[in-house]
Structure formats: C-alpha cells, structure tokens
Design a protein around this ligand. Sequence first.
Ligand SMILES: [Mn+2]
Length: 301
Amino acid sequence: MKRLKHHEYSGRVDDENKPERLHQVVKQWSEDAERDRPAFIGFCSDEGVHRNKGRPGAKEGPYKVREKLASLPYMDTVYEYGSIAGEQDLEGSQEALGECVAEVFATGQFPLIVGGGHETLYGHYLGVRRQYPDAKVAVVNLDAHFDMRDEEPSSGTMFHQILTEDENIDYFVFGIQLGGNTKTLFDTADAFGVKYALIEDVRNTGIFEESLESLDAYDVVFATLCMDSVQQGAAPGTSAPSPNGFTASEVHDMVGSLAKLPNIVSFDISEVAPRLDIDDRTSGLAASLFHRFMIEKETFR
Ligand SMILES: [Mn+2]
C-alpha cells in the first residue's frame, strides 16, 4: 500500500516578482506536468538500514535534503511528487516507490529520488524496469560498499537482488573501499561480473571517465549515490561513515559527469541521516549534489 507524505518548501525571497530560488519555482507534480523536468520523490525509510544492523536516521533524509534544496538558486520548473512513508514491510515500501517512479516516467519527467537508506535503490530499480521492461540497462553506484550480500533484503543486498533477478543489467560501482568489504563480497562481485573501481583507482586513474564512455552501449542508465562514499568530514551523517571517502569536490565532479550522460534516466541520493549529522553537512552536500546534477543536465535548461 502506498502512503504519500507531502512536503512544503519555503525559504528566502529576494524579490517577489522575480522567482530565483527553488522553493519559488517548485510545483506539485500531477499527470499533466511539463515533460523533461526534474521531479523529486522521497523515500522515508531506513528499515533496510535497521535490518542491516546499521545506525538508523535516513528516513528523515527526504525532509532535511529538501529543506536545504529550497533556497538554492533555480529558475525553471521543478516538480515535487511527495514521499513514500516507509514501513516495516520494506519490500512493500520498495514496490510502492517503484510505482511512483514508473508513474513519473510515464508522464515524461526525470525522477530525482531522495533516500532513505540505500534500500531506496531497489525501489528505484523497480520503477526503471517497469518503464523499460526490455532495455539493456546499466546501474551506476557511487559507494564505499558493494551492497551485494546474499541475505534477507536490506540496505546491504540490493545489487545481489537485482543481478540475481535480472539478466539484462550490468552493475558499475565506483569508490569501493578495501576497509569496507570482505573477501566474500569481492568474490561475489567477481562472480557476477561487476565492473568496480576502488577509490584509489578512481582518484589516480581515468577509470571513471573511461567507464562512462562505455555506457554508450546501454539503452538506459540510472545512477545512485550512497553518501557514505564521501569522506566522514564532509558527510558525517550516514549509517557507516568513511574516514577516507571521496572529497566533496570529487563527488561533485562525478555527479556532474553522470548528469551529462545522454542515456541517464533517473538518479537517487541515499543515506543522509540528519540525526547523525554535524551542522547539516551531509544534507547540505546532498542538496548541492542534486543542484549540480540539475544545472549540468542539458535537457533541464
Ligand atoms: Mn550503499
């Protein structure tokens, strides 16, 4: 069952006759929304984090990230869909998110999904697959972790679930940390043919940009950013912070490059836990990354 929460945006108004900030241009999504515009969908759930024995808090991410987005400069129409109210029935909540994502695709907008624990990604995937049932798909993940455990669905299993169920999808992950994944997980990734890059290789080689070029071969690309891929100083408010993650500037440039992919159809940012955050660093960075995505994407201009 789908329970939607509504969000109000508010913020600074410099000149009432000149809307220049996101909270002044955001409109409630409806079936006759303008095509090719971004549409925010929230997923207020950290049931996956709970099942993964992580630190909860990500279910408040959609509120805080939108609060941060509200005052950013933006002058074109943006839509607000609402948020799924996550429940203990994680699988049901993910189905519901998939329905919302598919609904937004069907009316021609670009879903920007605000997580939630990283289990958000599985609902995101369900929506992509519903809209593109026969497409050759690539999923791109910026993450310190593979999230490929073979167990009850949680925030640590999504890519194992997807690759087990779906033969027409390839998984690319950038930022993998030796300190965050066991040998079993590396073996699982190899067995599934996962294309992965350690954070050191993303930093010191051109592997990220080269891999993006290879994504031309896919009908559809969708992307997800796990905020724990970012270093703890810049993103302390996550379930499992990384002492040596991407810098804010590194992740900004990667997200900017993802936005420029011609075949990208949707993007989520997950694992913002406001109650674990320091001075709103993580929610502020997540909002600035959505903003970067929106200003880099040519079809939004
Ligand atoms: Mn993750």
